[in-house]
Design a protein around this ligand. Structure first.
Ligand code: BJW
Ligand code: ZN
Length: 254
């Protein structure tokens, strides 16, 4: 049996599925990943220097400019066949929870109903002091990489508005994290797609699922620390592997 057929058999009979996605699923849409050599955003910028609350306090214009650049990238791209395959899985299995670490909206655009955004969103800025939500200011004007940009002032207290994302050292959204952990604990199949499995607590979700008896399928061109818990490792890009998996799992199933 090929790896694809083995994975398809698991997906075809699964009743409760968790799909955990990372930057790799959006790579083929044109969104840079975080840690891949040459293309990773953080090959050009120091992650720790940009994705912490301390960095925003020290240099809000640099951090805001970086996130506005990333929003402009995301607003110019479209979901790919990987995102669409996830939406198909959601439509075809009795219970499916889509959990993403991504701050783009490509799962929603592809038809996923309510993905859990563990690390927030580029489209939910808020005040850095009083948390008042702030408007997203239209399509971003493509600020150049590395260009500083002054964050808007909060309408309530005047403090700088910050991106609505989860930085290192910050708590993940409590309700989203709780439902993700619950879904991982209850599933019979976890599919982990395009994540390096390096960032916690998201990386623990497939481990929780495996520990409680679920099968884990991983889709990633590269090995990751999650390999050992996976029943099947589909080595390849998500936009190829996921449609093939869906086709093989549900072919003839109506
Ligand atoms: C493809 C592909 C293709 C390429 N198809 N695949 C336990 C152990 C150790 C450390 C910790 C721990 N628990 C907590 C920590 C600390 C820290 C952490 O994890 N550190 C590690 C790095 C060591 N975690 C935190 O600080 C978290 N907070 C927390 O724990 O708070 C506790 C707390 C509780 C109560 C009060 C206060 C605090 C927060 C983590 C937040 C992470 N935020 C970021 C930035 C979000 C905003 C933004 O987008 O800028 O999230 S970091 C960055 O990494 C981003 C991503 O979502 C996340 C994961 O990255 P991802 O998606 O895996 O991308 P890559 O680039 O790493 O990998 C891409 C993969 O795709 C690769 O494998 C490729 O091969 C593959 N790929 N093309 C399929 N076509
Ligand atoms: Zn405020």
């Amino acid at each position: 049996m090929t790896d694809l057929n083995e994975a398809a058999a698991l997906l075809g009979r699964a009743k409760r599925v968790v799909v955990l996605t990372g930057a790799g699923i959006s790579a083929e849409s044109g969104v840079p990943t975080f840690r891949d050599a040459l293309t990773g955003l953080w090959e050009r910028f120091d992650a720790q220097a940009l994705a912490t609350p301390e960095a925003f306090r020290a240099d809000p214009d640099l951090v805001w400019g970086w996130y506005e650049w990333r929003r402009s990238v995301v607003q110019r791209v479209r979901p790919n066949d990987g995102h669409r395959a996830v939406a198909t899985i959601e439509a075809r299995v009795p219970h499916c929870t889509v959990i993403t670490q991504n701050v783009d909206d490509l799962h929603e655009q592809a038809g996923s109903a309510a993905p859990v955004h563990l690390h927030g969103s580029l489209f939910a800025p808020r005040c850095s002091v009083c948390a008042e939500p702030a408007p997203v200011t239209g399509p971003a004007d493509e600020p150049a990489e590395g260009r500083r940009l002054r964050p808007p002032a909060c309408v309530r207290c005047g403090a700088p508005v910050r991106p609505g994302v989860v930085w290192f050292g910050e708590a993940l959204p409590a309700v989203g994290l709780q439902s993700a952990v619950q879904a991982a604990a209850d599933c019979d199949l976890a599919l982990t797609v395009g994540t390096s499995g390096l960032v916690h607590p998201a990386a623990e979700l497939p481990l929780v699922a495996a520990r409680l008896g679920a099968a884990v399928i991983q889709v990633n061109p590269q090995p990751t620390p999650l390999d050992p818990v996976c029943a099947v490792n589909l080595r390849g890009p998500a936009a190829e592997q996921l449609p093939a998996l869906v086709e093989a799992a549900f072919a003839g199933g109506g």
